[in-house]
Design a protein around this ligand. Structure first.
Ligand code: DC
Length: 224
């Protein structure tokens, strides 16, 4: 079974998807981490992430790998462990900008589909239900108000010791929402057959329980 979880930045997709995958014994695939790796590669090479020909120029030489060790996933970019680095704040907007470039999407979508072929998966991103896995048995569109998402992101950054102020975090989230939903190729959008889950007033365990329940219902339906 394939579970697609899409939604805007800061809706809690990775926390929720990881927990749901763990409970169901499925493989979790974080597609945002792949776009973040390309964004990081552009920054590292001094390329503007919006410069299509510059980014396309480094694309063929990028090798992105996901390895699981002790239950946790680590991300490697050309052999270097970038698991922590791709979560740093400047990488978020860089990821959103490289994600506008069709050649970047085509390369990463191929990797995502290949990974999903091998197992039962929970895959999170922006275009999983609409483009990457249109036949996913369960599609969730996870969202929350911009203010709530900014608050969550702000707390996460503060916990890591990164300096941030709530107004700029909220502005950045709104800018990413706009960038991700207004691009031409596979924009962020709720699939027609996705179930909307607004987490603004929900706790993390409540969201996990709600999705597990939907997954169990779907699993029973699929297995007849
Ligand atoms: O989910 P995230 O915040 O880690 O994703 C970072 C950026 O990557 C996001 O702003 C847009 C892009 N992205 C995308 O375009 N498609 C996906 N399936 C996943 C992420």
């Amino acid at each position: 079974m394939k579970i697609a979880i899409d939604g805007p930045a800061g809706a809690g997709k990775s926390t929720i998807s990881k927990a749901v995958a763990e409970k169901l014994g499925y493989v979790y695939i974080d597609t945002g981490a792949m776009y973040r790796s390309v964004g990081l590669a552009a920054i590292t090479d001094g390329i503007d992430p919006r410069d299509e020909s510059g980014v396309v120029g480094i694309l063929d030489d990028l090798n992105i790998e996901i390895k699981t060790s002790g239950g946790a996933q680590r991300y490697y970019l050309n052999g270097a462990d970038v698991t922590e680095k791709i979560r740093e704040n400047p990488v978020s907007m860089a990821a959103s900008n490289v994600a506008v470039i069709p050649a970047v999407r085509l390369k990463l979508v191929e990797l995502q589909r290949k990974t999903a072929e091998k197992a039962d998966v929970v895959m999170d991103g922006r275009d999983i239900g609409t483009y990457v896995l249109p036949d996913a048995e369960l599609k969730i569109y996870l969202t929350a108000s911009v203010h709530e998402r900014a608050l969550r992101r702000f707390r996460e950054l503060s916990a890591k010791g990164e300096t941030a102020d709530i107004e700029s975090v909220e502005r950045e989230i709104a800018a990413r929402d706009k960038n991700d939903s207004e691009r031409d190729f596979a924009p962020l959008r709720q699939a027609d057959d996705a179930i909307l889950v607004d987490t603004t007033d929900m706790t993390v365990p409540e969201v996990i329980d709600a999705i597990i329940k939907l997954a169990e219902e779907k699993r029973a339906e699929v297995s007849g």
